[in-house]
Design a protein around this ligand. Sequence first.
Ligand code: ISL
Ligand code: CA
Length: 550
Amino acid sequence: IIPREWWKEAVFYQIYPRSFKDSNGDGIGDLQGIISKLDYIKELGIDAIWLSPIYDSPNDDNGYDIRDYHKIMSDFGTMEDFDKLLTEIHNRGMRLIMDLVVNHTSDEHKWYQQAIHEPDSKYGDYYIFKPQPNNWTSFFSGSAWNYVEERNQYALHLFSKKQMDLNWENEALRHEIHDMVKWWLEKGVDGFRLDVINYISKRKGLPDGNKSIGKLMGYYGVEHYFYGPSLHDYLHELKEKVFMPYNAFSVGETPGAGMEMSKLLTADYRKELDMVFSFDHLETPGHTRYDDYQYDLNYLKSCMVNWMENYGNHCQPSLFYENHDNPRMISKINANQKYRYVLGKLLAVIQLTLRGTPFIYQGQELGMINQCFKTISEIRDVESLNLYDELCNTMKEEEAFSKILTGSRDHARTPMQWSGEQYAGFSTVKPWIMMDEDYKSCNAKLQLQDENSILRFFQKLIALRKEYKVIYYGNVIVSNKKVKDLFTYYRKDENEALYIEINLSTTNKKRTKHPKGRLLLSNYTEDILSSKDRLSFLRPYEANIWAIYP
Ligand code: ISL
Ligand code: CA
């Protein structure tokens, strides 16, 4: 028996505010823009919105470098705009979760400024300083340490040079964070997505990273903070003191956590986090995001089967393929335009019919794909730009650029494609980041008019999910487990049963079973029942949902 919770039944939608909708014609998405699109989100069937950071920030990492937790980024609007946004979301019966970035702050945050200018004040210990750097590397290239002249010491930054890691060992700092979080909860926000939250506890003494682990992972030092000694304590404290009194929801972003650690972080009786994002399914083993390769859907199947069968009833899986840190999933799997929408719909079927909480990333519901960036000057992402500079030391510029192009986070950060008008209806002026011509044929306006579009498919699928409640808590029974290219499973409880059948390949695949029941939804639009031979095989990337007799 799985205890019922609203967030186990909800479909989440992630908004990257900079690229969602510009309301005032400066080329940058903003809060009023989001407000103007809430009806669109509601009609999609969304229950809760996750908003990437909107706090005051110098934007070294698009808001993941926070300067003031209590202020709205001026590009995005004002606190009044925020209050209005929250009210409008609640008025539509939806919920809002904020992005909580508390592994680090901007170097322009007043705590950091105090820490370097008044090392003897209480802020002096809010960040991680060391007389000599260790060998840890930053996720955004180079050493993870900045020399700080004022203190004649080095300060840790696991991400960009302007994202300084906070010292969670300091109790006053933890309380300061608790108070800040309460301040937002008092406003009525419904929960948080916690940025790289498994990195907050670092091993005492900050020892050098193991070199072979470093080579394997591409970063030195990860074994000393992916799963630090006090992580569980910090999370438990946050949950008990801050989240529980407000009944707030929490989903942790936990890169590198893996299933066993995720269980410890999310088991309901442990009271730490409600859910986590695990990333193991995003690249096939042996590949990183910057490798140019074709993702094999059989790997996605094996990951999903593993999580469904082994994560347990005390833990709720998250279901997602995209976010603002990853290229578009359709492009990773098959760049052939002819499969684009059928594949996007296939992915949606998996995401919305397994047990777990789906997180849809803006544009995913339109089948958005990677953009055609042509030169490095079109790239905005600090991670890509730093990597490019690093690669240029050892390879030709064109080679370095093509590497960047494969993995750049900017693929997910181009403007939302609202219509075929100039600048895709996102803005009336040139947006902060480029967009290619794709919006002319792929946009929300056209798709709303087309009964068979991927956007309409998402709407139907989400509605179906709400109708067949077996999807929330029912058993997942996978058949054909060892059959390559075929992903078939049942969802069953005492009242209902569904059968989902998916061809993971681009060739026709023989059915192993002819479902008896009613076809509820298919990513092939002509009626598959109308043609006899259609019943014997599944067409390329075909995905069907049947209601069968329990
Ligand atoms: O671990 C990584 C490299 O293997 C990265 O994936 C990294 O952990 C991940 O990108 C963390 O992402 C989050 O924190 C970053 C921010 O830039 C991202 O946008 C955010 O989602 C720093 O705040
Ligand atoms: Ca704007």
